[in-house]
Write a protein that binds this ligand. Structure first.
Ligand SMILES: *Cc1c(COP(=O)(O)O)cnc(C)c1O
Length: 420
């Protein structure tokens, strides 16, 4: 049981000290280890959200702790007037994992939004870069319902009108299209600088692209001289069973952005360019005080090497399939289907009760998230095993029961609203 007095206190503190940019915090966590979190009352939770696809190795993994401790005791920050071995090592590793080749280049920021800000600037530089007599490219295309971040630049490429509305006017030049090959064919021309694509729309509810979309997007952007920029912030670092989700399709993009899982809990983001796209930036065009700092780059390298060493790409593929199969066979009347790839999973519900399922799960000691009204999102650590999977299924089934029972209660004839 949660101690209501302590709960009231931290909730009051939160509302006194923090801006009201988000809904009320759901719990107060004080510690994590492996796939588990502990709250201020010492209660344990199985964490199947992973800080939103961030804690790739789970909490307080020895590799993470060791890398951060050693680097903190060695060198934490020097600014980008200088190089550091950890920064160059991570850049080389990211290029290798992404298949960016010798011509690939890396820009480091500290978050997903910063990686996408850099990508937005890359698109603008490409749009203006036709110094060889070509016409300018003022247009940028992005997909409706895709999420690319909350800063003004990344909000401008995020196709969710309700998120943009309080902050109008947006940075001009961005147009949103449906995620279909037909819509892209209709929209693209030689005045498009770039197409931004989220390969699985995580925030929108783990929604995959139509079959063949990335291949067609590659052909069409190439034919029109536009950059293809893929946002791998949620899907990258092995989450979908490949290092990056675009690799399932066999295409080569012009740039990808990464963050979340690459740091395993340390804030770091990066833009990785392929081919000529890396030549677009020139001195003075972008920068960040903390970007590529020794601490973050040392940690990210250690996290990625551990993902490689422990073969967590295979684990993500296998555990993802195992989980989806088991979830679909739970026999819950609430479950419609599952979506996603690897360990980025959306559980689609038959009723808009994802919030209630998430709250019931928390009551039962399980952390998951409602990506939208009828989708529960799972993004656990990539190294979960049978123990965590079994415990998840038990707790998730109980949460679904709780909500299904309450729905039946509400479905009595005296209730004016049919929850369906
Ligand atoms: C989380 C996310 C972002 C933004 O990353 P932040 O680190 O929150 O700024 C951008 N794109 C996608 C696809 C994301 O999932």
């Amino acid at each position: 049981m949660t101690d209501t007095t302590t709960q009231a206190r931290w909730q009051e503190d939160a509302s006194r000290h923090l801006v009201r940019n988000a809904s009320d915090r759901l719990a107060m966590f004080t510690r994590g280890e492996g796939a588990y979190l502990w709250d201020q009352d010492g209660r344990r939770y199985l964490d199947f959200l992973g800080g939103i696809a961030v804690t790739s190795l789970g909490h307080a993994h020895p590799v993470f702790v060791d890398a951060i401790s050693r680097q903190a005791a060695t060198l934490a920050q020097v600014s980008n007037f200088f190089a550091t071995p950890t920064q160059l090592e991570l850049a080389a590793l990211l290029k290798e994992l992404a298949g960016a080749g010798d011509a690939g280049r890396v820009y480091f920021g500290n978050s997903g939004a910063e990686a996408n800000e850099a990508a937005f600037k890359l698109a603008r530089l490409h749009g203006a870069a036709d110094r060889n007599g070509g016409s300018a490219r003022p247009r940028i295309l992005a997909l409706k319902n895709a999420f690319h971040g909350r800063t003004m630049g990344t909000l401008a490429i995020t196709g969710k009108p309700s998120m943009q509305e309080p902050f109008l006017p947006m940075i001009p030049g961005v147009e949103f299209i449906d995620s279909t090959v037909e819509a892209l064919e209709a929209a693209i021309d030689d005045r498009v600088a770039a197409l931004f694509v989220e390969p699985i729309k995580g925030e929108a509810g783990v929604v995959e692209l139509p079959e063949g979309f990335l291949v067609a997007a590659r052909e069409l952007t190439r034919a029109h001289g536009a950059l293809l920029i893929i946002d791998e912030i949620q899907t990258g670092a092995g989450r979908t069973g490949a290092w990056f989700a675009f690799q399932h399709s066999g295409i080569v993009p012009d740039a990808i952005t990464v963050a979340k899982g690459i740091g395993g809990g340390f804030p770091i983001g990066a833009l990785i360019t392929f081919g000529d796209a890396g030549d677009l930036f020139y001195p003075g065009t972008h920068g960040s005080t903390f970007g590529g700092n020794p601490l973050g780059t040392a940690v990210a390298t250690a996290v990625l090497r551990e993902i490689e060493r422990a073969d967590l790409l295979t684990n993500a593929t296998e555990r993802g399939a195992q989980l989806r199969h088991a979830i679909e066979n739970l026999g819950s009347p609430l479950i419609e289907s599952t979506r996603g790839q690897g360990l980025l999973i959306g559980v689609s519900l038959r009723h808009p009760v994802a919030g209630a399922v998430v709250a019931a799960a928390q009551q039962h000691g399980l952390i998951v998230n409602a990506a939208n009204d009828d989708t529960v999102r799972l993004a656990p650590a990539l190294n979960i095993g049978d123990v965590e999977v079994d415990e998840f299924l038990d707790l998730f089934a109980r949460a679904l029961h709780t909500v299904a029972d309450s729905l039946l209660l509400e479905e009595t004839p005296t209730t004016p609203e049919d929850p369906a």
